[in-house]
Ligand binder design. Sequence first.
Ligand code: FAD
Length: 569
Amino acid sequence: MTVGDASESAGKARETPATGFPRHEQTFPSLTSAEIARMRRFGDVRTFRDGECLFQTGKPGPGMFVVLSGNVAITQRDGLGHITPVIDQGPGQFLAEIGQLSGRVALVDGHAKGDVETLLIPPEKLRALLVAEADLGERIMRALILRRVNLIQAGVGGPVLIGPSNSTSVAGLQNFLIRNGFPHHLLDPEKDHDAAEMIARYSPSPSDWPLVVTIDGTVLRNPEERQLARALGMIGGPRGEKIYDVAIVGCGPAGLATAVYAASEGLAVAVLDSRAFGGQAGASARIENYLGFPTGISGQALAGRAFTQAQKFGADMMIPMGAKSLDCTRKDGAFALSLDGGDELRSRAVVVASGARYRRPKIENLAKFEGRGVWYWASPVEARLCADQEVALVGGGNSAGQAAVFLSGHARKVLMIIRGGGLAASMSRYLIERIEATPNIELMFNAEVVALSGDDRSLERVRWRSRLSGAQETADIRNLFLFVGADPATGWLEGCGVTLDRGGFVVTGAQSDLNLGRPVSALETSVPGVYAVGDVRSGSVKRVGGAIGEGAQVVAALHGFLGDAKAAL
Ligand SMILES: Cc1cc2nc3c(=O)[nH]c(=O)nc-3n(C[C@H](O)[C@H](O)[C@H](O)COP(=O)(O)OP(=O)(O)OC[C@H]3O[C@@H](n4cnc5c(N)ncnc54)[C@H](O)[C@@H]3O)c2cc1C
């Protein structure tokens, strides 16, 4: 289904530029002729006639263009046909944003204004330039990041989501795009003329929210995350016959650290994640104990930097893409991962960094309301749904405490429901003090949520039970946050020979029965060539710092294994 020319607004140009650029000098720097001369060895000269297209929204970008002469008009276009001027770039300026590091789809259009001569630097050469030319590379990299940030903040360059801003399914899809750093724009039919027009035309039922209009005008009704990712060209990386040195399953802190260190040391790296980069840490509103960030940093910001860094060193990021199983028979010396959608990925070594999945306590109707009022994380998207409401939050650990403090800034009241009789044993002192000092957080000890109810679309009521008296209470609560820990995500390793402990975590080093008598690295599993890092590993510390440290450490073991395998050929 496409919008086609039926949308009256199609093709209409908006007069005003899309954005003001807060750090203009850094976002659109000019290169000197000496700098351009140094860049020439990385690219080829390409010329364009007046009006010709250099790159097009929604189509894979050919790389970074440096303008040698003439001018290029950059415009933004959405699936509803709105075209908005962004900026003109002239001699000495360059055209790219962060997606060009890996040849992802362009998020803006570029057209020659008069005849134009450029230097085109393709993605792999662009990455080489950033590494080889440190000072120049830093300026270019900063500009590429700021440009993406601008696109995200302006909400343009990606799909248009149409639906009520207080709808939980709209929030779910928005959260997916935000977690993946992909720009999008939300139009509420109650406030926006174009959105109302689309509603009149497609008459969606409430279960169709949101309508998603992609750049080419295709209209999707409440698509699944992977369907949307495919439609937007988000999933990158060559596969096919390529055999990687290492496949990393999981793109949380442990997988990201492995990717950065392995790729920067010259290994061919593929990274998979079934949902988004950042893992559990990506759900943390503020990480305060990670070295070097005295004022704290949001998990999304920390992971976003690492994600960009891994791409700079050439890691192929395939997200969202889950590993379904691992074949360790090593035909032709390579492991085989079977992926969502039936694809296969082959690599000489594998790093298991699949972390943990949120635990689902026994609560009546829990599954029915997941993503419709039941949340396992608390980001600004969910916080918006809680404005001036009473919300409930289950859990007594640090992640629960962080979330409660964050939500207390948005909700009228946060009711914390805790199984135990206190917080001291499970939560850091600084968080307990913060909670005690926050008047709209109410603590309820010795209690557990037992049932949820509502209509087909959203949660309306939460029932809980006192563990002391057995008495039950129900309250009108439309948003329930669960922070009750996580179980290891190791189902995909079933049958491949990797030893798991009783809790399902991956056993590494001499701990594994199968490894006794064999000299092994501390992070190697019972299958030579398969390593485990971060929360998924038995005995790991379950902290961002620990996961990142293990990601750095495993790379030495990878070099050793790959070196031995090569020598044995
Ligand atoms: C809300 C919250 C707040 C936190 N705050 C802090 C804090 O302040 N300080 C601190 O030190 N720690 C904190 N933690 C803990 C910290 O986030 C974790 O220790 C850390 O994220 C572990 O990193 P990891 O890479 O090992 O695993 P994870 O972060 O769990 O990442 C694993 C990734 O693997 C992916 N995956 C799983 N299975 C598959 C599969 N089959 N195929 C492909 N991909 C798969 C998942 O989608 C996920 O993205 C917090 C955790 C939470 C939930």
